[in-house]
Ligand binder design. Structure first.
Ligand code: FAD
Length: 408
């Protein structure tokens, strides 16, 4: 079917959190926007579904902290517009061996960005969290104010609703197989597997774990992106201790540096359960998933939970798991750029969010909308996210600390 009577200003392909936030941003600017997804909206086969994502300003790379602060303001702005909350604040607690390079870099980057930070020894940590968190003697704890939990599915629904409210059109079950220039009508023609065609002046491609395949197909460009199948684990808090781990009592979002990198959120979405998972996963093809939780990861989580939370959490095994996908770049930095070539500045990609993109979605949406409207992004240095960085240099940006994400 042809939709040739209408030429959209912007067609956004991929309606996860990044595409939905972008569609909201472009529609809000008065641009005629179309948002497409290959599956049902709010499906669970990508990266943006579920009940909790961490927001934290503690990054070893100093270019992310201010992006998080800006994103945090934009989350609140979107919440004010929709009239309900998706972002629940608490403190952020990072911990790890005192000589861990990445954790030391987190402390320096907070200081450089004027983010107030407190570094505690194991005694002080025990006091600070009233005995709920125990550290080894040679570990330190790092406390910052900018932590919190974002509700992913609810947040994606929020952006889609706001996009529609601002005039965008949304269509699901539309798998895009081709984007090409239409020499007759001008602009870009977007073709779907079902035979529908759409026309737009600009295109934003935010297809998550499918990015490598679609970009290669459409432009010939081979982005160094690897999807990972990741598992979220929920553990049971022992009876009588549930309240200690809630947002209400000020329990933090947390991350544990070193091998393996482990993260978690306060008990919120499932009463009596706490999410504690490893930052990593196993390489996969996005359409050929196992959906299974790797047993070795569970072993290392068990040990870590026993060490940190002693007798307060049942570490025998998770009581619930969920599957999700990371989209990794070699340097764990995003890819936000024009695809160039024959498409010049008309097609922009936002991908490679490497397991830490959700918190940034409102800002990424704003950046992608800036790129298709004014050709540059205001107030953000995009050199770290360029495609160019991989040319002749497959490892990308140079880092002076260990990788955060574990690949099994
Ligand atoms: C287990 C887990 C925990 C995480 N924890 C955190 C965290 O605590 N904090 C944080 O900041 N981030 C976290 N992240 C990362 C964050 O969730 C992702 O970076 C983010 O959701 C990526 O969103 P996306 O829109 O790029 O991808 P997706 O949500 O996958 O969206 C891409 C969309 O594109 C669609 N699509 C693909 N191909 C096509 C096509 N050809 N045509 C049309 N549509 C197409 C897909 O169906 C999909 O809906 C986590 C991720 C996982 C998996």
């Amino acid at each position: 079917m042809e939709n040739s009577s209408k030429i959209f200003d912007v067609i956004v392909i991929g309606a996860g959190v990044m595409g939905s936030s972008t569609a909201y941003q472009t529609a809000m600017r008065g641009l005629n926007t179309l948002l497409l997804d290959q599956f049902d909206f709010l499906h669970h086969r990508g990266s943006s579904h579920g009940e909790s994502r961490t927001i934290r300003a503690t990054y070893p790379e100093d270019y992310y902290s201010n992006m998080v602060l800006e994103s945090s303001r934009l989350w609140e702005k979107a919440e004010a517009e929709i009239g309900y909350k998706v972002y629940f604040k608490t403190i952020q607690f990072d911990m790890g061996p005192s000589d861990d390079k990445a954790l030391r870099a987190v402390i320096s980057s907070c200081k450089k960005n004027s983010i107030p930070v407190r570094v505690l020894d194991h005694h002080q940590v025990y006091e600070e969290f009233s005995g709920t968190i125990e550290l080894q003697r040679d570990w330190i704890g790092v406390v910052t104010e900018h932590g919190g939990v974002i509700k992913p599915t609810k947040a994606v629904a929020m952006f889609q609703t706001l996009a529609v409210k601002n005039g965008a059109m949304l269509r699901d079950n539309m798998e895009v197989i081709e984007i090409k220039r239409d020499e007759v009508k001008g602009g870009l023609m977007v073709c779907t597997k079902s035979g529908e065609k759409f026309w737009g002046k600009k295109c934003v491609v935010t297809v998550g774990a499918w990015m490598k395949n679609l970009v290669k197909e459409v432009t010939g460009l081979d982005l160094p992106i690897q999807p990972l199948e990741a598992t979220v684990h929920y553990w049971k808090i022992k009876e009588g201790h549930e309240a200690k781990f809630t947002l209400k009592t000020g329990f933090p979002t947390f991350a544990s540096y070193g091998e393996p990198y482990i993260y978690g959120t306060p008990s919120l979405e499932f009463p009596g359960l706490i999410k504690i998972s490893e930052h990593g996963g196993r390489p996969c093809e996005p359409n050929e998933r196992t959906w299974a939780a790797p047993p070795l990861v569970v072993d290392s989580l068990r040990q870590w939970i026993e060490g940190r939370f002693g007798n307060l959490i049942d570490h025998n095994g998770p009581v619930m798991t969920q599957s999700c996908m990371y989209t990794m770049t070699p340097d764990e930095d995003f890819v936000i750029d024009f695809v160039g070539g024959d498409f010049g500045k008309d097609v922009v990609v936002g991908g490679g969010f490497s397991g830490h993109g959700f918190k940034m979605a409102p800002l990424v949406g704003r950046i992608l909308a800036d790129l298709v409207t004014v050709g540059e992004a205001k107030g953000v240095d995009l050199k770290y996210f360029s495609i160019e960085r991989f040319k002749g240099n497959p490892a990308g940006n140079v880092k002076d600390f260990e990788d955060q994400v574990n690949t099994h």
